[in-house]
Design a protein around this ligand. Sequence first.
Ligand SMILES: Nc1ncnc2c1ncn2[C@@H]1O[C@H](COP(=O)(O)OP(=O)(O)OP(=O)(O)O)[C@@H](O)[C@H]1O
Length: 265
Amino acid sequence: MAALLDDDLRITIHGRTVVDGVQLDLDAGDRLGLIGESGSGKSLTALAVLGLLPRGSEITGSIRLDGRELVGRGDVKLARLRGKRVGMVFQEPATALNPIRRVGAQIGESLRIHYGFSKRQAHERVVRLAERVHLPDPEQILQRYPHELSGGQRQRVAIAAAIATGPRLIIADEPTTALDVTVQAGILDLFDREVAESGAALLFITHDLAVLHRIAGRAVVLSAGRVVERGAVADLLAAPAHPVTAALARAAYATSFVDVPASRS
Ligand SMILES: Nc1ncnc2c1ncn2[C@@H]1O[C@H](COP(=O)(O)OP(=O)(O)OP(=O)(O)O)[C@@H](O)[C@H]1O
């Protein structure tokens, strides 16, 4: 079991319940989508797995990562677990990356912190990672600062940093939303390949069922912090049961390249 969130999981912020009973389970190699409208609790669920909830939050219930309980652990232990076992990719690579550090150093940071790699060892690994995420001319591009890269290249850097330690769980929070459509497809392909090759589990957060259709087999639909529907992405598109899912499916058909599942045509 890569990750397991029990159905008694509850998150409050300043006393207001924002996530309530979001049960998720991911085995190695699983790709699970977490989908819902804005403010439905997707990001906070992901941040809870990372132990990075905002100030004023309280969490009860259980989150286990490879059998280890995360809820109630101190910051230092959480940081150690997170750094080695979970890779996180955020929506906006420009803000996720440090603007005044070269991108190569940022990709290699977790290798140096968590595995004690020397500068040279880290550099060799970082070049291989840059090749793996298809950054052009790695030796040269790794010397640049984030603002000297395109948006798609920055997201490839963020993905390389997230997979550097060989995490068992990769969490991607709207990783293609800030990119233009042609670049999005390449980034989705990259996740696809990386998850297949590494055997990691993928938790993919989005508000776009069409994007999810390309990357994940199953999805959990959130509304106001609760699960309202779950199932195969193709079924959620073809025969949504909840009005929130139906609205997401309509939006997917209206705006994108998603194929109509056979059962709907
Ligand atoms: N730092 C915070 N302080 C107070 N409330 C917050 C904070 N972060 C999130 N919330 C609230 O928690 C709820 C869930 O937020 P969350 O960011 O998880 O939603 P989301 O589904 O990821 O939305 P989006 O798609 O817009 O990113 C929202 O009502 C939001 O206003």
